[in-house]
Design a protein around this ligand. Structure first.
Ligand code: SF4
Length: 361
């Protein structure tokens, strides 16, 4: 598929669906990315598939997996009078232990939505007597831009810029899922945009170790159907390895300059995932060279103790153990207007996808 109209073409979708059915192969597949989850729900792809093929929704919504402790740290920093706290819009309604960023803003905190971390660097340059903090949330996809922001701030000598780094990494999360004793996943659809940056060489040892197919897949409906078909065929033929459905964007080696910049500014660390727990070496913190830009240290918020909402079963949703409507709060105490957990807030969250597209089931 190369052109825009092919990605949603009904006849092509029908052919792909028939090819999946013709393979006559049972498969439990996990799509990693929340954007893929939304496409699956929006276009009813899971309902088009044969009964033998099950899609499990993975933990690939960065807003959803940002730990409640990081949210509480953001809230504490944003409430300080000297701070301009900047963030992508998705994060403002994610609940911390008690509040969210919108509430802090309503109470007088200077919380601003930006569209790029470089906007936050410009704000720091234009407001030398304020502290400007950027909430750097995301998978590998957003890490290069955040690394560039820190690098630029360093180049410009901006002592009033810092970043609250909340990056998570896909390969360690995949390994954590595959090594879980109750893992049902037989293959993955990996996120095409992450692989555009990072390539897919990092997935090859995982596919080899766990003998699974990992198909790098795009985000349009026919991308997903083609990715599912490739995974099902691989399972049928007993093949494991990494396969690239999203070849129009992804190369094995990825974007090397972007990877080099991320490696210069950040380093891997153990990371807490909301609702899931700590996954070894699955996050990024600032490297020693750039540690002075770390907002946690600058505002001394490392000791904050946080608590999840008791009713929220986001961890089970994010690991594919339950579907969102199996959570007792779904559509009752928890809705997009009054979310209890992050998966109901984010545009990529599984609970919000089910609420928008599949509320009746
Ligand atoms: S429906 Fe709401 S409370 Fe339930 S898991 Fe999803 S976000 Fe949490």
């Amino acid at each position: 598929m190369r052109f825009v109209n092919e990605y949603r073409d009904r006849d092509q979708a029908k052919r792909l669906r028939e090819a999946i059915a013709a393979a006559d192969q049972s498969a439990v597949l996990m799509e990693v990315c929340g954007g893929q989850t939304h496409t699956i729900m929006r276009y009813g792809i899971d309902q088009m598939l044969p009964d033998a093929v099950t899609m499990i929704h993975g933990p690939g919504c960065p807003v959803c997996v940002t730990s409640v402790k990081l949210i509480d740290q953001a809230l504490a920093i944003a409430a300080r009078p000297e701070v301009i706290f900047t963030s992508f819009g998705d994060m403002l309604r994610v609940p911390g232990t008690e509040l969210d960023l919108f509430t802090v803003k309503a109470r007088g905190g200077d919380v601003r939505i930006v569209y790029s971390p470089l906007d936050a660097v410009a704000l720091a340059r234009d407001n030398p007597d304020r502290q400007v903090v950027f909430f750097g949330v995301g998978f590998e996809t957003t890490a290069p831009a955040n690394a560039m922001a820190v690098w630029q701030a360093a180049q410009q000598g901006l002592g009033n810029f810092s970043i609250l780094a909340a990056h998570v990494l896909v390969p360690p999360a995949m390994e954590a899922i595959l090594s879980s004793p109750d893992c049902r996943v037989q293959g993955f659809l990996a996120a095409g945009h992450v692989c555009t940056i990072m390539g897919y060489w990092q997935y090859e040892p995982i596919a080899e170790r766990y003998k699974v197919p990992i198909v790098v897949t795009g985000f349009e409906p026919n991308d997903l159907l083609q990715g599912i078909h490739m995974a099902v065929e691989a399972l049928k033929e007993g093949r494991h390895g990494v396969f690239n459905q999203y070849a129009r964007s992804v190369r094995r080696e990825g974007n090397k300059p972007a990877q080099d910049l991320v490696a210069q500014v950040f380093e891997a660390q153990d990371q807490g995932w909301r609702g899931i727990g700590t996954i070894p070496m699955s996050g990024l913190r600032l490297s020693e060279q750039y540690a002075s830009f770390d907002a946690v240290d600058r505002f001394d918020v490392g000791g904050i103790v946080s608590k999840e909402a008791a009713a929220c079963r986001a961890g089970e949703v994010l690991q594919g153990h339950i579907r969102p409507m199996e959570c007792e709060a779904f559509g009752k105490e928890c809705t997009p207007d009054m979310p209890l957990g992050a998966p109901m807030v984010s545009s990529e969250g599984a609970c919000s996808a089910y609420y928008r597209y599949r509320r009746e089931t």
